[in-house]
Design a protein around this ligand. Structure first.
Ligand code: GDP
Ligand code: ZN
Length: 322
């Protein structure tokens, strides 16, 4: 390294659009995409980016060559503090956090009425994680044209509206509901999550015609094709309109939520918390439980209360040493 290094070190800001094992793609404010590596000290002990740099991170980068303002290959030198973090439990037996994306404005859960059938368990887990991250969420109920074959869409949407989650009736095939959804995403950075097959790609392509091309450009930077995508990809079709797509999941395990604080991850439970007879009430049948009586009176959707009890059992079982 030469003395010129001192002058080259004027860091530029950019947004992380995609991360691979040891490299990432940055999106500059002017829309340019850059391939980047990270300084060793930013990497974990396994020399992988892991959770150190993730999609949505605001970073500073430097050109490899002194004075090379148009560098296509750059180095990330710093990561700005995050305003929020959406994680999940990584797959595998060892408990580990996988940060999916950060610095978000909302989480959009895409589900379908049928084919595959609506999964309340998955929906509630994702919504708990959003609540835990302090993020508003919305529910896109797609394939409304298949309503006769599946769950009653209005009943599902009503339950979630009561839980503070606005809903969208969508038929991505006919574009029904897509314009309203697009509107709800303008001016925000939205993370899209869904079970595989629910039509998330169709929804996203409906909102942003040509999205494939945008995602392709982001993937090109790392030489990985769209169909090998295993991680989140951020695109910005217009200034102030950002979508983060994630691969379809079969299951979603929350991270950072234990049996003791699960009740706080159910948004609509909040007004009742602290009003049960017992201070350490777990809301599983104790006398004088405010949550159970709210569910009995319909102030909390009974299906959400049932899902809380199921998830609580699972988290409690996980928390036991094997
Ligand atoms: P993804 O895995 O969530 O990205 O799902 P895709 O967008 O690839 O869609 C999965 C399947 O659902 C495809 O065969 C789509 O044509 C179909 N699909 C998407 N949206 C709709 C819809 O609104 N109605 C119906 N009936 N099928 C849809
Ligand atoms: Zn209680």
């Amino acid at each position: 390294m030469s003395g010129a290094d001192v002058t080259r070190a004027r860091p530029h800001p950019a947004l992380v659009a995609r991360v691979d094992f040891g490299s990432c793609v940055l999106l500059r404010d002017d829309g340019a995409l850059l391939a980047a590596h990270a300084r060793g000290r930013l990497m974990g002990p396994r020399k992988s980016l892991g959770n150190a740099i993730v999609v949505g991170d605001r970073v500073h980068y430097e050109a490899l060559q002194a004075g090379d303002a148009d560098a296509r290959e750059v180095v990330v030198s710093a990561v700005e503090p995050r305003r929020n973090v959406f994680s999940r439990r990584a797959s595998g037996r060892r408990a580990a956090e996988q940060v999916v994306a950060v610095n978000l404005d909302q989480v959009v859960l895409v589900a379908s009425v049928a084919d595959p059938e609506f999964s309340r368990g998955l929906a509630d887990r994702v919504l708990c994680q959003a609540e835990h991250a302090g993020l508003p969420a919305r529910l896109v109920l797609n394939k409304i044209d298949l309503a006769a074959a599946g769950a009653d869409p209005q009943a599902v949407l009503d339950d979630y509206a009561q839980a503070g989650v606005p809903g969208h009736r969508v038929c991505a095939k006919s574009q029904e509901g897509i314009e309203e959804l697009r509107h709800a995403c303008l001016g925000r950075r939205s993370l899209f999550v869904g079970h595989s097959g629910v039509g998330k790609s169709t929804v996203l392509n409906g909102m942003v015609p040509g999205l494939d091309l945008l995602e392709g450009a982001v993937n090109e930077k790392t030489g990985k094709g769209r169909h090998t995508t295993t991680a989140a990809v951020l695109v910005r079709p217009e200034p102030d309109f950002e979508l983060i797509d994630t691969p379809g999941v079969r299951a979603f395990a929350p991270w950072g939520i234990g049996p003791r604080d699960l009740d706080q991850a159910y948004h609509e439970f909040r007004p009742f918390l602290g009003t049960c007879r017992f201070r350490d009430c777990r809301h599983v049948g104790e006398p004088g439980c405010a949550i159970a009586s709210a569910a009995a009176s319909g102030a909390i959707a009974p299906r959400r209360y049932a899902s809380y009890r199921r998830l609580l059992e699972e988290l409690a079982a996980e928390a036991q040493p094997a």
